[in-house]
Write a protein that binds this ligand. Structure first.
Ligand SMILES: Cc1ncc(COP(=O)(O)O)c(C=O)c1O
Length: 361
């Protein structure tokens, strides 16, 4: 059976390196923090060119970053309407209100024009998501944030390793976060995440928040939390990081192959990668005019698929009654009815999939 993400194929390819690194941690007696986590943070910082602080998940990374940025109950934060729920959820968990910005119908990224219309006296910041692996339009978003005195947080859970011009993902806002969830382009074998910022003071604050509000043992300057990446996950990530660029290259070739296939078939529009962006293709997502029919064909061919995402956030029951419901249908509504993602990772047998697609589409 074709896997949607071939994590086992990846493990097989790096088995020797992974097992050596895993055994070294298990034999070391140091399972939380320690040299593996410190080394990973140094390597993530060197890769991106900014300061990286690891934590227990991408969701924790968002909550910690928002806390460090000073989000308070009653604040409003603009988030994209079409994405995984985490950014909106973390805003709401802090007692603030997520305000949902519409998206661009081609790149599927947050629309700066929509963001601009939502800014009011309670707005404190903007969370942009690097959806499906390409960076959001940061040039315009930064300009809007500066003009209105707002902070900009880059949710790069799906895009560690992507570029925008000469800049790395995770360096494009005042702060950024990523996720090391197993199926992410850089994933570990459990939950994990990281926060990035060029601002040394914010980096220090984030480190303190993730460690019970403490810099010095048993002295707690602020109310923090326990959000740590364990040493075993750090060791796995250090091995995978050495292969990341080669994997991203393979993912791009697979995406080109899909693009080439769908270019000649009516009714399919792959997510467009904006000029100047490279994508990690965390998902290969396209819009299918007749999604139900396409799904039936994929099922017949034995090709796995996922819907990212079946509902815009403003329609989620948990946000019913918040201020930012849209009147009528927006682009996010249209996209959530057509979006479908196909198998994607560096170990995807793309020719096998194209062969099966040719039989049914
Ligand atoms: C855009 C986005 N933000 C945040 C997260 C949360 O990351 P995690 O699952 O590591 O908590 C995800 C996870 O899928 C995501 O896709």
């Amino acid at each position: 059976m074709i896997p949607f993400v071939n994590i086992q194929g990846q493990r097989k390819a790096y088995r020797e390196e992974l097992e050596k690194a895993e055994k070294a941690v298990l034999d070391s007696g140091i399972y939380i923090g320690g040299p593996e986590v410190a080394a990973l943070e140094a390597e993530l910082s060197a890769y991106t060119g900014t300061n990286a602080v690891t934590c227990a998940s991408g969701t924790d990374a968002l909550t910690i970053a928002l806390t460090a940025l000073g989000v308070q109950p009653g604040d409003e934060v603009v988030v994209p309407d079409f994405t995984f729920i985490a950014p909106a959820e973390c805003v709401a968990r802090l007692g603030a209100t997520p305000v949902f910005a519409d998206i661009d119908p081609r790149t599927l990224q947050i629309s700066p024009e929509s963001v601009e219309t939502l800014i009011g006296p309670l707005t404190r910041g903007i969370i942009a998501v690097d959806l499906f692996g390409q960076c959001a339009p940061y040039g315009k978003l930064r300009e809007i944030a500066q003009r209105h005195g707002l902070w900009l947080l880059e949710d790069s859970a799906q895009a560690f390793g992507a570029m925008q011009g000469s800049k790395h993902a995770c360096t494009l806002g005042d702060m950024a976060i990523t996720s090391f969830y197993p199926s992410k382009p850089l994933g570990c074998y459990g939950d994990g995440g990281a926060i990035f910022t060029a601002n040394k003071e914010l980096a220090q604050k984030v480190r303190m928040l993730a460690n019970h509000g403490s810099e010095e043992r048993y002295l707690h300057k602020v109310v923090g939390t326990n959000s740590r990446l364990d040493a075993l996950q750090a060791a796995v990530l250090r091995v995978k990081l050495t292969h990341l660029n080669a994997e991203l290259e393979s993912r791009r070739k697979i995406a080109e192959r899909y693009n080439h296939f769908f270019a000649n078939i009516e009714g399919f529009t792959p997510q467009q990668v904006a000029d100047g962006n490279t994508s990690t293709y965390a998902q290969y997502t396209l819009l299918a005019d007749n999604r139900e029919e396409f799904i039936a064909k994929l099922d017949r061919a034995g090709i796995p698929h996922c819907i990212h995402y079946p509902m815009p956030l403003h329609r989620q029951p948990c946000f019913a009654g918040t201020a930012s419901q849209h009147a009528g249908e927006n682009v996010a509504d249209m996209v959530s009815k057509k979006a479908i993602s196909l198998p994607m990772c560096a170990f995807t047998s793309i020719e096998e999939i194209i062969g099966k697609l040719q039989e049914v589409v």
